[in-house]
Design a binder for this molecule. Structure first.
Ligand code: HEC
Length: 176
């Protein structure tokens, strides 16, 4: 009984402290500084678990034939590389200051399963700058994007450049 009472008291105290900090306004929401490391870690953990949970039932089609990857590249170039770097491509100074910043796609892609990447691109992530592409893109297009993003980590800068050149040569069909 005494142990239970202790837990309840500790829980209440934590709630009161959280409410006090929140309502006082002392927590700094400025984007010039990142969250405290522990808050960032907590939010990331929640984000990762949420994506894993919601993406678990998505069946992954066959991915990665070259035509599909090329189609995916065009969308990634116009739709994602505004905010995300890929293989160290330079970004506009405005999006560097997103907080949290959009990670390099070549670095983050291997940390997600294909169904999770699909879910992220389709639904976006609340309270970050990550938009949902589902409302404007069909699933086939979203899988093309996933197919390209999955290839990024193994792509040399030269191979990447070739995609960019082929995209331009194909007349940039203004897809995004
Ligand atoms: C308007 C800016 C913006 C655009 C456009 C955008 N993203 Fe994002 N993206 C973000 C931000 C900000 C995050 C959140 C980063 C975080 O929480 O650490 C994010 C998160 C992600 C993540 C999860 C990364 C991680 O591990 O934290 C993936 C994967 C991703 N984006 C892929 C894409 C793809 C693919 C596209 C194009 C179809 C795209 N994004 C377009 C801003 C953008």
């Amino acid at each position: 009984m005494r142990v239970m009472a202790g837990f309840v008291a500790a829980g209440l105290a934590a709630l009161i402290v959280t409410a006090a900090v929140t309502l006082s306004g002392v927590y700094d929401v400025a984007a010039t500084k990142p969250h405290f490391a522990i808050i960032r870690w907590w939010l990331e953990l929640g984000m990762r678990r949420s994506v894993q949970f919601h993406a678990a039932s998505i069946a992954v089609p066959r991915l990665g034939d070259p035509a599909q990857v090329t189609r995916g590249f065009r969308h990634v170039q116009t739709g994602c590389l505004i905010c995300h770097s890929a293989r160290g491509l330079p970004l506009s100074p405005t999006v560097w200051r997103l907080q949290p910043a959009a990670p390099d796609l070549a670095e983050t892609a291997p940390t997600w399963a294909p169904n999770e990447l699909f879910w992220i691109v389709k639904h976006g992530i609340k309270m970050t700058g990550m938009p949902a592409f589902g409302p404007t893109h069909d699933d086939q297009t979203l899988w093309n994007i996933v197919a390209f993003v999955r290839q990024l980590p193994n792509m040399t800068a030269d191979q990447y450049q070739r995609f960019a050149d082929e995209g331009r040569a194909a007349g940039n069909e203004h897809e995004h």
